[in-house]
Design a protein around this ligand. Sequence first.
Ligand code: WT7
Length: 649
Amino acid sequence: MYQPSEATVGRARIAGRAAYDRLVAEAEADPGAYWGRLARELLAWKQPFTQALDARRAPFFEWFADGTLNASYNCLDRQVENGLGEKTAIIFEADDGAVTRISYQDLLARVCRTANVLKSLGVGRGDRVVIYMAMSIDGVVAMQACARIGAVHSVVFGGFSAQSLRDRIADTGAVLVLTADQQVRGGKQLPLKAIVDEALGLGGCDSVRHVLVTRRTGGAVPFQAPRDLWMADLAAAQEPVCEPEWVDAEHPLFLLYTSGSTGKPKGVQHATGGYLLHAALTCQWTFDLGPDDVFWCTADIGWVTGHTYIAYGPLAIGATQVVFEGVPTYPDAGRFWKMIQDHKVSVFYTAPTAIRSLIKMAEGNDAVHPRNYDLASLRILGSVGEPINPAAWEWYHRHVGGGRCPVLDTFWQTETGGHMITPLPGVTPLVPGSCTLPFPGIDAAVVDEAGNELPWGQGGILVVRKPWPSMIRTIWGDPERFKASYYPEEFQGRYYLAGDGAMRDKTTGYFTITGRIDDVLNVSGHRMGTMEIESALVAMTDLVAEAAVVGRPDDTTGEAVCAFVVLKRPLPSGDEARRIAEQLRNWVGKEIGPIAKPRDIRFGDNLPKTRSGKIMRRLLRTLAKGEVVTQDVSTLENPAVLEQLGQPY
Ligand code: WT7
């Protein structure tokens, strides 16, 4: 156990266990009063709310519902009004190392111009806008500009395919797509606008009136008037002032698609007030961000981490942050450490998968080991997206944090909007591999199948028993799926079901996340449904008869995708099998995105099934790990398939 150092406690906003306990007690005594107090303290309201929580339509909980505010006003104007206009909001480092700084007042002006452009195109309150952009100031500006006019953004990660982009555009009914000509990563120029064209060409996107394009590389891109427009041309004609659109606290701020265990990705809907409160609050309490900190969250704005801890949270509290366009391994695997050194980053937030791969690289090449860089500016480290294994935790703590920076293992989800279970730097003694204790006000528990709380030391299902402000409001267009996914009948609709298993330590009560309890995989911190990949594979109708996808543990990526495939042709082997496997991988890459490509593909004449015809996924997981099958296989129709499926391609 690592105790918080005196230095950390000394400057922490929440210092000492007693302070934590007081907050927990306050929240428990009267959740509405607790969150209401914080919402008044942390956010600027146009019209103050009179009631914090409205549970009449549970599980469609509403927070601060009769209050009005604007997220962009809270993130930008407020800082300028408080004398922070000249403070650096964003230090942007491009892929090639070029650095651009933008102050709060300049960011505000740019957001206003962009907001005016959107308005000039007839985009307004409640309209959906899809953003398909890379890491850039423009990306953050696009999100903030939507928030300013009450439009609902849906950012699609720049690594998703045209098909995935099309599905999201169609589901949201977006009127506008914001994109860039190209993106640059690792020295390579990659398409964005061309993929938007392809997506729109796939059909079902009739709601889209315009594609608004920012210039990044100046590379030639197809352009189709009058649909396509250059942002710069339109922005030049706009005023740098735009009155914010005051919206109800429950007004949707954004939709963000994420994978579930069944069906298509779901559009997680977040509300303006509650979401922004938790984004700001966790930046203050978890990251302990103060006026002199330089924060760097390495996530992409295409994921929720990039929403809460880049586009909204740091700005809502007037912090300075680094935004990075590139990849951790370019021009070499010392890039993160060099950037921390150059920008004097004090609070650094990244994913275990990045740490694990950088450990490997540092072990192979001492020149990129963090010890070669001056990392003395660091004071807090964070981890997010997947469990961090104790060995990676220890390395991060020792070699990046110099043994003096707490490593905060933050557990949360797209649906939760911000941190749920996490250490607080000035409070929580750390145990590698544990996300420790709930954030004050979050009523997390480990229960059995009937919803009864389990004693510490026993593994079970992770639930949240009370609503909290930044929780998912619904699944866009599918409230029934929202209820079934998160407030299932098994718990009489009383508890929020996270979809993860967890266990509390016998003596400390600390939580450890034991992994998903549904068919959701986590590859390099990217969430994917096995069903989505299966659907992509069987969509190759002339080649694939049947497919099942499971995950297997992987040292670097956490999990790896393994596909079991039955072809509509005789069982392949050798070069032919390798060729078909490559074809299938590329197909999945095109259908979903490169991150979903199966690592292993195994072919069989059949898949192992129970007598009732259910695929024996547990057995597949054993095979995927390359372990000896000890399960009962007596019900298998054709036991020989086990041998066939033992060979990965
Ligand atoms: C799933 C949510 C959290 C924002 C980025 C991912 C896993 C996340 C941790 C952690 C163990 C974690 C869970 C969760 N997860 N953080 N600290 N320890 N597991 O958001 O894509 O919605 O994925 O990521 O399985 O349910 P997401």
